[in-house]
Write a protein that binds this ligand. Structure first.
Ligand code: SF4
Length: 239
């Protein structure tokens, strides 16, 4: 049986979310409600884009320069089996791919009491796991983790050389514009997050929506969507 994924967004070929050139998946739906989450429109467990793992893997590898995948959300562990399959298929087609995964769960919890199917399989594919909930008061403007309570776990040695940058390096943001909406890719500095506060989410489940015209950034999550007037058309680095 094909396990379909429920995907909020993807970005192919970014340098803002991990070492090298990577493709990113943000899944829809998160069981947590971190105050200050900068992608609140991706918290509700509602239908977004349904896509099969094989199709998603092919999409993420459309850029021949991609050397890694980054899984974020939303909460990747809620769709662990599907993401594990994406990683497995992508690695079959491109050797040497690395995988970075964000999660609001602590690693110990994932190992001791996995919250769903496929968590072990996904952990087996992940090279670097960035774990823990986003705590806005502990956002120290450093590294790929959103706040200092979050930990960078090297589950393999493949990205060991990038450890310092992942844990404490400068942050970077790319902005992609599609269909009149800006996609913020990366973990923003506090200054950028303050300049582009998250959209107000109205309602829950299928009724939730982001209020048009309100800008957003992404830190507790690593990406977010914002409505624009369609003028911006480039990538830019915030730091
Ligand atoms: S910061 Fe991450 S874990 Fe927390 S609510 Fe947002 S998406 Fe979920």
């Amino acid at each position: 049986m094909v396990r379909m994924l429920n995907v909020a967004e993807t970005c192919v070929g970014t340098r803002a979310l991990g070492p090298g050139r990577r493709s990113v998946v943000w899944v829809q739906g998160c069981p947590f409600r971190c105050p200050g989450c900068l992608a609140p429109e991706w918290i509700p467990d509602r239908p977004a884009r349904r896509v099969a793992p094989a199709d998603l893997a092919a999409e993420l590898l459309a850029d021949p320069g991609v050397t890694g995948l980054t899984f974020s959300g939303g909460e990747p562990m809620e769709q662990a089996a599907g993401l594990a399959e994406v990683a497995r298929l992508a690695r079959r087609d491109r050797s040497g791919l690395t995988v970075v995964c964000f999660t609001g769960y602590r690693l110990e919890r994932l190992r001791d009491r996995p919250p769903g199917d496929g968590v072990g399989a996904l952990l087996a594919e992940v090279d670097v796991l960035i774990d823990g909930l986003y705590v806005a008061a502990r956002d120290d403007d450093r590294g790929l983790r959103g706040s200092s309570n979050q930990r960078v776990h090297h589950l393999t040695g493949r990205l060991r050389d990038a450890g310092d940058a992942l844990a404490g390096g400068p942050r970077k943001i790319e902005i992609r514009v599609r269909d009149g909406a800006a996609l913020f890719v990366g973990v923003p500095s506090r200054a950028l997050a303050a300049a582009y506060p998250p959209p107000v989410t109205v309602g829950e489940g299928a009724n939730a929506r982001a209020v048009p015209g309100v800008q957003s950034g992404g830190a507790g999550a690593s990406g977010a969507r914002a409505e624009t007037d369609g003028r911006a058309d480039t990538e830019r680095s915030a730091r």
